[in-house]
Design a protein around this ligand. Sequence first.
Ligand code: NAI
Length: 505
Amino acid sequence: MSVFNTNTRVAVIGAGAMGAGIAQVAAQAGHPVQLYDNRPGAAAQALQGIDRQLGQLVDKGKLDAAEREAISARLQPVESIEALADAQLVIEAIVENLQVKQDLLRQLEALCADDCILASNTSSLSITSLAAGLRRPQRVIGMHFFNPAPVMALVEVVSGLATDPQLAARLYQLAKAWGKQPVHTRSTPGFIVNRVARPFYAESLRLLQEGAADCATLDALLRDAGGFRMGPFELTDLIGHDVNYAVTCSVFDAFYGDFRFQPSLVQKELVDAGRLGRKSGQGFYDYREGAERPPAAELQSTARVDRCVVEGCLGVMQPLLQRLKASGISVTERPGNGLLRVGDATLALSDGRLASQRAREDGLSNLLLVDLALDYTSAARIAISKAADTTAQAQDQAIALLRQAGFSVSEVADLPGLVVLRTVATLANEAADAVLQGVGSAADIDLAMRAGVNYPCGPLAWAEHIGLGYTLRVLQNLQSSYGETRYRPSLLLRRVHAQGGHLHD
Ligand code: NAI
């Protein structure tokens, strides 16, 4: 197999959103690119669209006019598949249907040279199945771009059972040369991103179903405390519930109904109602003319506090002290078990138990649990949950403390692990299982979640930051609260914690 260079002839099949984007990426990297679609005129139309987008880059001063011309000149629309006979790398981005893609690959195998690489941009089909039955399955590989391909950095390089490992290494280098951030993964359901991301949606859907808070509040917490770019409800409204629900169902089925991937009845109901999100005018939110997005719920306080006491270390929440001190609150530190006392109230970072359960088990009165924040020194919002016997006065004092430090405070019902903490713990758990099962390295999985879906931190690095022991405890407490295998901690978390090691070793 020859080494790629800018003379390598690339063919892209399918001139939809993804195919056009991939063709643009390859042409911008200097390759001659043919674009083919079986819909007459579609390839030429897509190239006009690319040229318009390049024109916008020229207008913004991000690309010079000569470069635009050169890129457009490298892009050639073709109207018959036979015109692709000389291609050295074919990337297909046609309809997501196994039979149709297999037929196309068989056609290409008969048409192209034996050393032509056949890559698929499939987001859910097995690369192993796509290659099955071909004469040379070792040259079939997944090259999974994210939408929009010219913007999103991640490319999952997906090896099927028969894929030549050297080919995976070469496509990885090629994606890098195209300015992308590639990761290696194996052909398993959802690859990395569409598997590891499932809990991001699933935990919030469950919280909504169980009455934790409304969509706007849960979205705001994941954005303002968790540092995610969008909350799960606004994001699935954007993706489309039909699409997001179908991915969840396909991953759930592919894992033989493992409860970890169980789809949500809440989302199914939206699909059944035709409330598919932005594209249909209604999803979790209303996008019709004149509709307004409801605000996140926020607690107010009538109290004013000027001191608090910190007993022991607050763990990952310790940086909160800086913020309290900076807002003029006097902080007294003394030994103890990681509690923050203000007036009658006791605050503690959630460990995955219910507030009422923890209050009883640990003998704490007026307990309020605090959620995880990506950065306690800068988070704009934080969630709290109170135990059943916490008085209104104690709650008022706790809210005052957090508000005086500059947080918006949102209450969530007493459910285990609050919002951000249980989301991060379950994301890390899924990521750990993916590492354990050889789906990708810890570094690649963290990179994939940052570059593919813009997570503010890789889930495994985040679990390390919280502490592996603490993350494990949260999962164990979630598991015992729900009595479900959904929260069973990954063996890898247990093993690395027992060894005192690091997930990224
Ligand atoms: P699309 O529906 O926008 O475009 C597909 C194009 O393929 C259409 O223009 C269609 O005419 C053409 N086509 C269908 N069958 C063909 C055939 N046999 N020969 C030649 N052309 C054919 O679809 P989109 O969204 O661009 O997706 C394409 C592929 O990329 C799918 O496999 C999808 O799973 C995958 N993907 C999609 C992402 C997305 O966010 N839309 C993200 C990552 C991957």
